[in-house]
Design a protein around this ligand. Structure first.
Ligand SMILES: NC(=O)C1=CN([C@@H]2O[C@H](COP(=O)(O)OP(=O)(O)OC[C@H]3O[C@@H](n4cnc5c(N)ncnc54)[C@H](OP(=O)(O)O)[C@@H]3O)[C@@H](O)[C@H]2O)C=CC1
Ligand SMILES: CC(C)(CO)C(=O)C(=O)O
Length: 307
């Protein structure tokens, strides 16, 4: 069996997914720290979907610099990534590996603007986690995680790759390796591009999208996304995407999507990294995606009403 990293896992923030990773590290005796914006935001307790609570040892980041044996994890929204990378850049060794974990696309580009040469790994997860108070999170749904290497990593370090994979496998299990992680991110994007804006705009839980009145919208959004994905070089059909979207709608029928919750709590949404990213990619390829553009504008208009 492979070994995890030899050093410490440094988790930026103390948000929902970061706290789940911290709990996984603690359970597996992997040294970790959390780095919230302020100590008062540190997660202290995690409750599992089977209602068992676990206290996190108060592991605030206290190292001045990270070495090649450490791992920096950025489980953040895409729009938070560039600033976070800037905060950490002077504390990283040139060989410190970095793991990005987010919904939507554009995270790699954002971090590369600051750290063009670091080895970057990317994961996407379907675990569900909610930060229920400043100090508590609830693991609401057991999911799975897909992991891969950024396609533009310069040097291939097989030992580092194995150790990082093993670390993520222990912290966020079950984890599968994907040889083209960008493809996995695009397929997840295609699901979020339908469910997130529609549930936010109609103020409904995910399951309500199985009503026949949404069938046309789901098909049309997926058609546009499939066209862009094909132009990006991925093999997919509208039927594939609609099938996957419907499966997630059924599997998460009681949930309110993250964009629905963001709008409800008047927080910035991840629309730029989801439908906004599809619109941008389509423009570069000369493809028209009017429905994605419409959804993008509607969510932006909602955000602009926040005081
Ligand atoms: N939660 C879930 O169930 C799932 C989430 N995801 C995706 O994972 C990503 C992270 O989501 P989630 O964990 O829910 O988000 P959260 O908002 O709970 O976590 C992000 C945390 O990081 C903090 N933060 C941001 N920038 C910095 C910084 N520079 N320094 C210190 N702290 C910082 C934020 O603080 P502040 O609030 O002060 O900005 C926030 O507490 C998103 O892309 C999401 O879509 C994917 C699957 C499931
Ligand atoms: C899969 C889905 C749509 C589950 O709600 C999600 O990822 C989200 O809400 O952001």
């Amino acid at each position: 069996m492979a070994n995890p990293i030899r050093g410490q896992v440094h988790i930026v923030g103390s948000g929902a997914i970061g706290s789940l990773i911290a709990a996984g590290a603690q359970r597996n005796n992997i040294a970790y720290s959390l780095a919230p914006r302020s100590p008062e935001k540190l997660t202290q307790r995690i409750t599992s979907y089977s209602n068992q609570s676990r206290w996190l040892s108060a592991n605030l980041a206290n190292k001045d610099s990270l070495g090649p044996d450490d791992l920096l994890i950025l489980p953040l929204k895409v729009y938070q990534l560039e600033a976070a990378a800037r905060q950490w850049q002077d504390r990283l060794d040139e060989s410190t590996p970095i793991l990005l974990l987010h919904n939507g696309m554009g995270g790699l580009e954002a971090v590369r603007r600051v750290l063009p040469e670091h080895a970057i790994y990317i994961a996407t997860t379907s675990h569900g986690v909610l930060k229920t108070s400043r100090h508590e999170v609830r693991h609401t749904g057991f999911g799975r995680t897909i992991f891969g290497e950024a396609p533009d990593n310069q040097a291939i370090d097989d030992e580092q790759l194995e150790r990082v994979f093993e670390t993520v496998s222990r912290c966020l299990q079950p984890v599968t390796w994907h040889k083209n992680i960008m493809e996995a991110l695009w397929f997840k994007l295609a699901i979020n591009a339908v469910i997130n804006p529609l549930t936010a705009l109609h103020d409904i839980p995910n399951g309500d999208l199985s009503d026949s009145r949404f069938a046309g919208h789901i098909n049309d959004i997926s058609q546009e996304t499939a066209t862009v994905m094909q132009a990006e070089g991925f093999r997919c059909s509208v039927q594939d995407l609609v099938g996957q979207v419907m499966q997630v709608i059924r599997a998460t029928s009681q949930n309110y999507s993250s964009m629905h919750q963001d709008v409800k709590h008047r927080r910035p949404t991840e629309i730029d990294a989801i439908n906004g990213y599809i619109v941008q990619s389509a423009q570069k390829k000369g493809i028209d995606v009017p429905i994605n553009a419409f959804l993008y504008k509607k969510i932006k208009a909602l955000e602009s009403t926040y005081s």
